[in-house]
Structures are given as C-alpha cells and as structure tokens.
Design a protein around this ligand. Structure first.
Ligand SMILES: [Fe+2]
Length: 399
C-alpha cells in the first residue's frame, strides 16, 4: 500500500455531504474523513464524526478485500474526499463489489446507504433483515435502496462465505421495529466487524478531532461566556464529557441552569457567532462528573462495553440473546480483534477476552437504575408503561 498515506486527515473542500438535512447531525454538511489501514492489503476504515449539539463520536465504514474487488460494511456519507480514497483502493484492489448494511435499527448507518449505492451503481447491496423507518414505515425502495440489486442477509444467503462467517445478534423486538445486527467475522485476519453491539472507549479523544477540536473545547467549558481554549487538558476534559453525554444522554452530574443564567452568559462580545452557539451553553456540570466518566473509559487500552444506551434501551430484557451471541463469538477460531462502528478501533479481542467479557456481563447487575443510569431507566420504564416497547423482547415475525 504505497499510494495512500496511512492515517491521513482530510481537511480540504472535498468534505461536503449534501444530504445532511435528512439526519441533521453535527458536523452537518462538512464531513472530515479519517482513513486508516487496519490489516495491510486487506482491511481499511474510514471515520467521520457524527452527533448532536457538538456531542460528536466517530462513526466508521470498514472496507475489506474480497475476490476480485472490495466489500464495504456500514456505509458512511460518500463525500468527495472519501470517494477519492475509495477509488484509489479500487485502482489497487479492484472495484467495490458489495455494500453491506448489517443493522436493522442504526439510523446513522442506514442514512447513507442510498448515496453509497448510487456511488457504486454496479455493487450488490446486502441489508440486514427487518429494515424499518420512523415515523413512517416505508419500503426500502422508497428509502432509496434499489430493490433489483438488493439482497437480504441470511434470507438470500451471505456475501463471500468462503472468507466470512456472518453471525446474527437478535432480532429483538423493541416495539417500533427490531434491533438486529449481523456481525462479519473475517476468517483470514481474525477480525470481527460489528456495528452497535459493543464499543471500546479510550480516555483520550480520537485523532479524528485533530481536524477540528471545537466539539471538545465547546464542552470543556463551565458556562457559555468561557472562551474555547485549545489545550491538551481541555481536549481531554471535553472528550470525557462527550463520552458521558453519548453514553447516558442525560448524565446524573449534569443540570440545566435557569434560563436567566443561560441568557446572562450569552451573546457576549466575541461570542456572537454560530461556532460557539452565540454563547448559549444550557448545561451545568456538577462535581463528581469526572469519576462517572472515568468508569466508562480505559486508561491503557479502550474499555470494552455494551454502550449504556444500547444496554438499557435495547437489551434490558434480552441479556440472554447477548450471551448467546458472545458464546458464538468466543468460539470463533483465530479471533484477534474487533472493529466496531463507533469509538475506538481496532480493539484487540481474543477468545479468552470474549470469555472474560461474557462472564463479566453474566454476573453483572444488568438492569441498573441508579445514578447515571436513572435517565435511561426512566425512558425504558415510560416506553414499557405506554406499551410502546413490549415486556417480552422475543421477536415474532408475524407482529
Ligand atoms: Fe451506530
């Protein structure tokens, strides 16, 4: 691999993503892309930031070499700069032959499937069974996924079974639709490509933020009139707060200041621009937030976990399905690493690590309700009470 710089950050004008209003997440129409070679001549990843209100975390596309070309897993917005690098990979290894959307529920992955499909009009499209949309349930072709060249994973077979094992997690009935993802195990490299099932979080911000640390610095402040100061400690402080936000949505050590307090710190000279949201910062961090955040991150290596929001809103009554999936993963021959679609990647993950992780989950207090978990817990209880989410998560295809 000599024509593509490893670990390159694109900060040119080719990062425009015109379809951002469909799912208006930060950084909206401007998507920097971070390219990384994972296994020489075999696996590569592209990362972009995605989030709400500067709470941005990496989202990842994985590219794998297959016979005669390439397979893409977990689509990303195909900005010009991303396509330039993908075309370079195509020149070296052959055309994109398959694009895989391995999740039924992950909107942030689904949203770019149509644009990615249009960018590679000859590629075969593979999607997880049970695709659903909200608020309206629309057929996939209405969502821009062309039916003629689309196959359903498992029901219509699987791509390249000679190279990959495809392992389903779910389906789990989550009321509005199903949670399901199909993990891809590359037998040649021992890599397991997953979507939202597991994440590994580091105590330091990902390199992706080097292109623009604004989200980190924005949340490293105490009030809207504090300036954004770029230091290593502020980047880390902001990162830990982003981890708390994205994990718990509303962490326990966070309060909303009074409107008069928010306004009194807003619109100060030097803050009258969109980058700093005009000085509006509607959060107040309470003491103890650091110790909460440190429980979620690893110091020497990423801390592997089921993301709290997934654990509390998808798996609260489906722990057995997670354990079943981990049983299969732990028996994969030659397992070496996982490549999740969010946070850190790749993460060293061998069979014994999987067994240890499974044991930790099996013996944990699974349905947490206290402290940082209280908001997610209240959402889960409300969804159950309103009968939006069933008490029994067993998936019934007739439903
Ligand atoms: Fe996701």
């Amino acid at each position: 691999m000599n024509s593509i710089d490893n670990l390159r950050i694109d900060i040119n004008s080719q990062n425009f993503w015109p379809w951002w209003p469909l799912l208006p997440l930060y950084p909206y129409g401007k998507r920097f892309t971070f390219f990384k070679e994972i296994v020489p001549n075999q696996i590569w990843t592209f990362e972009q930031l995605q989030g709400l209100y500067y709470v941005a975390v990496p989202v990842r596309l994985t590219v794998i070499k297959v016979n005669g070309g390439l397979m893409l897993i977990n689509p990303l917005p195909p900005t010009e700069s991303l396509l330039v690098d993908l075309r370079k990979l195509e020149d070296l290894y052959g055309p994109v032959l398959s694009i895989v959307l391995p999740t039924a529920s992950g909107l942030e992955h689904k949203i770019s499937m149509p644009a990615m499909a249009r960018s590679f009009p000859k590629a075969l499209l593979w999607v997880c069974p049970g695709q659903w949309s909200f608020p309206l349930s629309l057929p996939s072709s209405w969502l821009g996924i062309p039916a003629k060249r689309t196959r359903i994973l498992l029901a219509d077979g699987v791509p390249y079974p000679e190279f990959f094992e495809w392992i389903s997690l779910g389906p789990i009935n989550i009321g509005l639709g199903r949670f399901q993802e199909i993990s891809c195990f590359d037998k040649r490299s021992g890599s397991l490509i997953i979507t939202d099932a597991l994440v590994g979080i580091d105590s330091n911000p990902p390199k992706l933020f080097d292109s623009d640390p604004t989200p980190l610095l924005f949340h490293a402040r105490e009030k809207g009139s504090d300036p954004l100061i770029d230091t290593a400690s502020n980047r880390r402080k902001g990162w830990l707060r982003l981890v708390l936000f994205s994990s718990f949505l509303r962490p326990n050590n966070l309060s909303i200041p009074s409107l008069s307090s928010i306004i009194s710190n807003s619109f100060k000279p030097g803050f009258r621009n969109i980058k700093v949201h005009f000085g509006i910062y509607p959060f107040e961090w309470q003491s103890g937030w650091q110790s909460s955040a440190l429980k979620l991150v690893g110091q020497d290596k990423p801390l592997l976990q089921v993301a709290p929001v997934v654990r509390r809103l998808v798996f609260p009554r489906a722990k057995n399905e997670l354990l079943r999936w981990l049983d299969i993963i732990s028996s994969l021959r030659g397992l070496r690493m996982i490549i999740p679609a969010h946070f850190s990647s790749p993460i060293s993950f061998r069979n014994k690590d999987c067994l240890t992780f499974r044991r930790k989950i099996n013996f944990s207090e699974w349905i947490k309700k206290e402290d940082d978990w209280s908001f997610l817990s209240s959402v889960d209880e409300l969804l159950i009470e309103k009968e939006i989410v069933p008490k029994d998560p067993t998936f019934n295809p007739k439903n």
